[in-house]
Design a protein. Sequence first.
Length: 426
Amino acid sequence: MLGGPAPAPIASTMSPRPRIFISHSTRDPVGKTYRDALVERLKAADFPYLLDEDIDLSKEWRSTLNAWIGGCDAAVLLLSEAALISSHVAYETSLLAYRHRSEQGRFQLLTIFVPPVTGEQVGQSALGPTGIAEIQALRRDASMEQALQRVMEALEQHNRSLSSPAELHAKRLANLLMDVPEGELKVARQAVAGDVPHPWAPGLDLPLHVALNFMEWGLERAPTGIRRIRTYLAKPHGIDEAVMLLATAWVDCRSIEEIRAVVKSRGRLLALRGEKCETARLYVVSACDIRPNDAWHVAIVDGVVGNRAAEELKQLVRDALKQVLSTETASAEEIHEVLDLITGEGEPVFVAMRSTGLNLSMLQELQKEFPEVTFFFLTRSDDDKQQLAKQADIELLHADIEPGTEQSFWNLFQRKLQYLKKHSHP
């Protein structure tokens, strides 16, 4: 829900106040009391804030949460009993705790234990692995007034960042909008967000402002705005590129940074709980500085591969690489020469496949045969992912994809892409 004081117009400078995200469960009346009291204090102190009260969690909520979590300078986490069992609070907490630890003071996370929640309960809940109980915790022995006062004091001392992860993520989409006239951009933004101004507007850069709005609304609503300016995206594959960049809003900031860390060295292994290899490609496009239409960065080995013999599995990988590298007639040695040339220039090459049936011996064979490649495995469950991690040095991506959401997302992607290509005029 948009909240806080009305921000300055788009063409003005940024507010000096840090942007605040409030994470909580709407199902807890005590937590709601804390939230309402916090909101009143933020309003009075002129802090721009957002909270997730009005997100439709049955739709494309990941893009909105990712934009807000990646766009804030500080967050307040209200740990009520309902929050401890909320999958959406768990998603938010995973990303917020990661930002708090990785950004070394540039991002601040403040947690309040809402009575009767204790640190022990938090540690034993689904939030326990995040270590959230030990991050700036304002414990239950403080009254609500005391806890909120400490939060406000901490926020008063915190500075607004010059650039947030969400802004960095949106810059590629903003670059596509640079040639769109200012008036057309404003019309496109209004088609998506209406007349409600955004409290986190980045100031003078209108294309970035609009790109952030598009990323926030995701595939569910942003294509309406893209349709208004589609004639300015008429270069070859311009619509495809815009929709793919818009789709990357579905990928969280933690996974993006984890992938970037892995690709700094060749031959590493990644794993994500998911079903479709196209999802692996989306994550790679989100994390790496590559054009969305450069499909050669990700070779896909479809089907169940774990029941194959090692040599047959390696041949499947070779065939997938030949296809994306346009080297259909190349020998195994020539494929390695091409891979060495590409990765030697700092360009990553991934192979995506499902992990079902793979064992340690197969993983070792793949790494030995293709040392230049980063393998990206899709696992069917958390148990499969953890078992895979025990067998080899695999980077497990967080946060997990909620069961049942992946296919719906790709159905939405195809529907919106077809919509934009079919309707050629605003």
